[in-house]
Design a binder for this molecule. Structure first.
Ligand SMILES: Nc1ncnc2c1ncn2[C@@H]1O[C@H](COP(=O)(O)OP(=O)(O)OP(=O)(O)O)[C@@H](O)[C@H]1O
Ligand SMILES: [Mg+2]
Length: 171
């Protein structure tokens, strides 16, 4: 597996206390990775730390092997995050009706087919994992579980905690 992005033991927060408490996460080049987890787990904080909006206190963030942790958002943008290589999406389907939501997930798949790597954070865990090559479950500032999107969809523990009852889209 080729890692486009790798987080190793990333620690970050907003002043007092750490929100990310040692996040390990690998984003495979060319794939869709869906990050799920309860409110406040730190999912958005992961995206902010990758894009440079938040400076990590510890750990390593590697983009194609190059350390980018703590660089300015502009420097990270110039390396292609958001604009060309890696697209970070934070709950793109939230608040949409089912038809619009379906269209959003189709669009994400199209963006990926066009050659873009995607790191997607989703409350609609079932729909997110369904289009994802890889999934990661985050809780209390760490990544607890990773697997293929398909594996996580049928994992009884993931289903119980994050997918709600069968057939619904509870985050
Ligand atoms: N700007 C901020 N200043 C201080 N604390 C913050 C800030 N943004 C987030 N936090 C705190 O960091 C923790 C993680 O928040 P984060 O937004 O990363 O969670 P999340 O997993 O994206 O949750 P959600 O599913 O609700 O979007 C929470 O305790 C939150 O209150
Ligand atoms: Mg969030």
């Amino acid at each position: 597996m080729t890692a486009l992005l790798a987080l190793e033991g990333v620690v970050a927060g907003y002043g007092r206390g750490d929100v990310l408490r040692g996040v390990d996460l690998t984003i495979e080049d060319g794939a869709i990775t869906c990050l799920i987890g309860p409110n406040g787990a730190g999912k958005s904080t992961v995206l902010k730390t990758v894009s440079g909006l938040l400076r990590p206190k510890g750990g390593t963030i590697l983009l194609r092997g190059e350390p980018i942790g703590g660089r300015t958002p502009q420097a990270i943008l110039e390396r292609g995050v958001v604009h060309v290589t890696l697209v970070l999406m934070d709950e793109p389907s939230t608040g949409l009706d089912p038809k619009a939501r379906r269209r959003v997930f189709e669009a994400i798949t199209e963006v990926n087919r066009a050659g873009r790597t995607v790191l997607l954070v989703e409350q609609n865990a079932r729909s997110g994992l369904a289009i994802a090559d890889h999934g990661a479950v985050m809780d209390s500032g760490v990544v607890r579980l990773t697997g293929t999107g398909a594996d996580l969809l049928v994992d009884p523990e993931v289903a119980r905690l994050y997918l709600g009852t069968a057939g619904t889209n509870v985050g």
